[in-house]
Design a protein around this ligand. Structure first.
Ligand code: 9PG
Length: 471
């Protein structure tokens, strides 16, 4: 559907602000002065992996995916435009500053509310999120376990011996880590989840050592992603989502130096494979699952079941995973945000943290301390409403750029608390900080809800300054 006008807001151009909500976990989401240029892909190939797939967004406007808010002047009521639900389709919402007005348009059904409660844009978004979550059927938020994750020191080179080393170190340091989560690197290929890379001899063995040490085992899987050279792609080309015009597999992004394709979660045999992977992992004793790059499940294209939308296909894939893992803890990542509400226990709500501060390729969807904090703050209102927010792991070893800022951000806005250093590398500051941040796992909302009678967490947004008195 084309963009249709939905209204306009009179603004004070110098002080008006706009919140733009990005599509998936890594898509930049934050509040901007109305005259700002919002973050966009710095290269076209970054679009699918970090933003909403599709045509480039025109320059000179804001575009929120399912959610956008405008505050016309400091302290003024906030106009929130959002979708009522995200289980079939999610409209894009545009805002253009035109003199002393902001013109709004959308390419699908949306609802507009003018919020007069406390807390400025963050308060208004929090109240909007309360309603959205209720309609999506969110009833209770499950506390996240504390985790140790292999990714941010070892990356894809992690070995079984590295896991054992850290398991021993965390015991020696008496760190309060509940789940030891193996990230990317154990699998033979992206898409071939049941074959091990050469650096692992036995997942069963590793999991039983983790559990024998009194901890729980967690694992990373990118269930809807298939690397072009994987056995899954070669043996089952009919499991891939295809471009209806060319018949070629759709582009699901580039990473690990390879082209990536999307698994069709409506194909009966592909569903059988997904069920087998997660049932097997659960039977090995894993009870924490980080499902990553799951935006791939919602990429538009031709699927086996042509009667449902890409978002319905995505949701049915995540529901299948949930059914296979039962009551294990489920963390989404690289996930379309609004279509995932009600499906996961916790959600990565920002780009990756990293040893470096500036994002890779200067693209604010890419790993970097700065990109991770920007969107982690922008989506703080989702904590305790949609799920537990995962602002990404604590990396506190020497050599991490601006590690104090990263730690302070997690202390304020971390619902899920995880450590991801080689623990033996921690200095006194890093160890004390890691221990302190792992000591709590907040579930309560970070942004206070005026609607609920003004209760607010210690992390509540500061109220807006009162509007300047008129002479
Ligand atoms: C494993 C990692 C970790 C991490 C995830 C995800 O834009 N990019 O190219 C991009 C690549 C990797 C990435 C995020 C963005 O990281 O968030 O925690 O699990 O995969 O490969």
């Amino acid at each position: 559907m084309a963009f249709e006008p939905i209204g306009e807001v009179a603004v004070e151009p110098a002080t008006a602000r706009v919140f733009e909500h990005g599509w998936q976990s890594w898509s930049p989401s934050s509040i901007h002065p109305a005259a700002d240029t919002p973050p966009r892909p710095t290269a076209e190939r970054n679009r699918v992996i970090g933003y909403r797939p599709g045509d480039a967004v025109p320059v000179g406007l804001f575009q929120g995916e399912g959610l956008l808010a405008v505050q016309p002047a400091a302290g003024a009521p906030v106009t929130v435009v959002g979708v009522a639900a995200a289980d079939r389709a999610v409209a894009s919402i545009r805002a253009v500053l035109d003199g002393d007005r902001i013109r709004l348009s959308a390419d699908g059904p949306v609802e507009t509310v003018v919020d007069r409660g406390p807390g400025g844009i963050d308060g208004a978004l929090a109240r909007w999120a309360d309603g959205f979550a209720a309609r999506a059927g969110v009833v209770a938020i499950r506390r996240a376990p504390t985790i140790w994750c292999s990714w941010y020191h070892y990356f894809t080179k992690v070995t079984e011996a590295d896991m054992d080393e850290n398991l021993a170190t965390m015991a020696g340091l008496d760190l309060p880590i509940e789940v030891v989560q193996l990230d990317d690197g154990y699998e033979a290929e992206i898409g071939d989840w049941l074959e091990l890379s050469g650096r692992f001899a036995s997942l069963e063995g590793l999991i039983s050592r983790i559990r024998g040490a009194g901890r729980r085992a967690g694992i990373w899987v990118a269930p809807f992603l298939v690397r072009s050279r994987s056995a899954t792609a070669r043996l089952h080309p009919d499991w891939l989502v295809r471009d209806p015009a060319t018949g070629e597999p759709v582009d699901a992004g580039h990473n690990w130096g390879q082209e990536l394709f999307a698994l069709d979660a409506t194909h009966p045999a592909a569903r059988g494979y997904l069920r087998e992977v997660f049932t097997r992992f659960r039977a090995l004793g894993i009870d924490f699952f980080k499902i990553d790059f799951i935006y791939a499940g919602a990429i538009p294209g031709r699927r086996h079941d042509g009667s449902i939308t890409a978002i319905e296909a995505y949701r049915s894939g995540v529901e299948l995973i949930r059914a296979a893992i039962g009551d294990a803890y489920l963390l989404g990542c690289g996930a379309p945000i609004l279509p995932s509400v009600g499906l996961v226990d916790a959600m990565r709500i920002s780009p990756d943290t990293a040893p470096h501060w500036e994002p890779l390729e200067r693209d604010l969807s890419k790993p970097g301390g700065r990109s991770s904090i920007l969107t982690g703050v922008g989506r703080a209102f989702q904590q305790g409403r949609f799920w537990v927010n995962d602002p990404d792991c604590i990396v506190a070893r020497p050599g991490i750029e601006q590690r104090e800022e990263l730690a302070e951000h997690i202390g304020r806005f971390g619902g899920l608390r995880g450590s991801s250093d080689r623990l033996a590398d921690l200095d006194d500051w890093g160890l004390a900080t890691t221990r302190r941040l792992l000591a709590e796992t907040p579930v309560a909302p970070f942004i206070g809800s005026g609607a609920a009678g003004g209760t607010s967490s210690p992390n509540a947004a500061a109220p807006d300054p009162a509007p300047a008195p008129t002479p």
